[in-house]
Design a protein around this ligand. Structure first.
Ligand SMILES: [Zn+2]
Length: 304
């Protein structure tokens, strides 16, 4: 479960911290703009097709491993930590992207820091690395009120078989919402094409403050505007909850290399499609990024 600890509320960056983000972000914004002007109006790189080709050598994806070794996120129905699931799946996606020619891919493993500082750091890294896309990998759980007890290998554990399936989140406050949405839809489509069903339960009243707006009901894209790694990110950013590890059956599925392979293949196909399509799409980096930067600098202090 990522919902609870990532809610930011009044968490703001200090002036110094956001200045650091600003400084780091400039080359990224410049690079993105250059990329646009280089490829969009002319499409000159390709004489035979109308769509600009994807330059895989130049395209950088950051695959973010959700949580840290010391603060490993949710606990599965069998007592395993979410971080281990995240690390395995993110590592596989990183390998597959490199195999597919995306040589600049970065696997982002965040060291143990105070929790919120770590979240800001992820977004900072994305800017500093001039990334084109930020994909955060998580595995889901449920609110505590849904938990039931069972015994596994002589130890009493918590589980809930009530929900299963993946979900995809984007933030309206991301520096490039339109591109975030574009990639989120492509990822959702690839998962759907492989027979995976997203979980619809985030729209339900009983989710309380965890209730989300379903932006795309066909492929399961939700809005989660407050998520720091998405919101404080100038890079188009998407968070994937790959499945529910508090669900006893789905935990086994998520632990299997075969299933990881399926999700990994979907992620790589989505990146390929995104890389190919983004040149022909209108990107709106500057204005929303400036707005959210302004909002950040109004913060009066950092809680952690
Ligand atoms: Zn998580």
């Amino acid at each position: 479960m990522f919902g609870e600890p990532v809610e930011t509320g009044s968490i703001k960056m200090t002036g110094a911290a956001s200045a650091r983000v600003e400084a780091a972000a400039k080359p990224a914004a410049a690079a993105a703009t250059n990329g646009d002007t280089a490829s969009k109006p002319t499409a000159a790189k390709s004489d035979t097709t109308s769509k600009p080709a994807c330059d895989r050598d130049a395209f950088r994806v950051i695959v973010d491993v959700g949580h840290t070794a010391g603060k490993p996120g949710a606990t599965s129905a069998r007592g395993a930590y979410e971080y281990e699931f995240n690390l395995k799946l993110a590592t596989l996606i990183d390998h597959k992207l490199r195999d597919a020619g995306f040589a600049k891919t970065v696997l982002l493993i965040t060291k143990d820091t105070p929790y919120y500082a770590g979240l800001f750091k992820r977004a900072e890294r994305a800017s500093a690395l001039s990334a084109d896309l930020f994909l955060s990998i998580h595995h889901d759980s449920v609110p505590d009120s849904f938990l039931q007890k069972w015994e596994y290998q002589g130890v009493q554990r918590s589980y809930s078989d009530r929900f299963k399936g993946h979900s995809i989140f984007i933030s309206r406050d991301n520096g490039d919402y339109r591109s975030s949405l574009m990639f989120a839809k492509l990822l959702g489509q690839q998962l759907k094409d492989r027979g995976m069903k997203y979980t619809p339960h985030y729209t339900e009243k009983f989710m309380g403050h965890r209730k989300r707006i379903l932006v795309d009901a066909d492929v399961g894209v939700y809005r989660y505007d407050q998520l720091i790694v998405l919101r404080n990110n100038r890079t188009p950013a998407v968070l994937l909850e790959a499945g529910s590890i508090i669900n006893r059956d789905e935990e086994l599925l998520m632990a299997s290399p075969e299933w990881r392979g399926v999700i990994g293949a979907a992620a790589v196909a989505a990146v390929e499609n995104y890389c190919a399509e983004r040149s022909s799409a209108t990107r709106s980096v500057e204005r929303p990024a400036t707005r959210s930067a302004d909002r950040r600098t109004t913060g009066s202090g950092r809680r952690r």
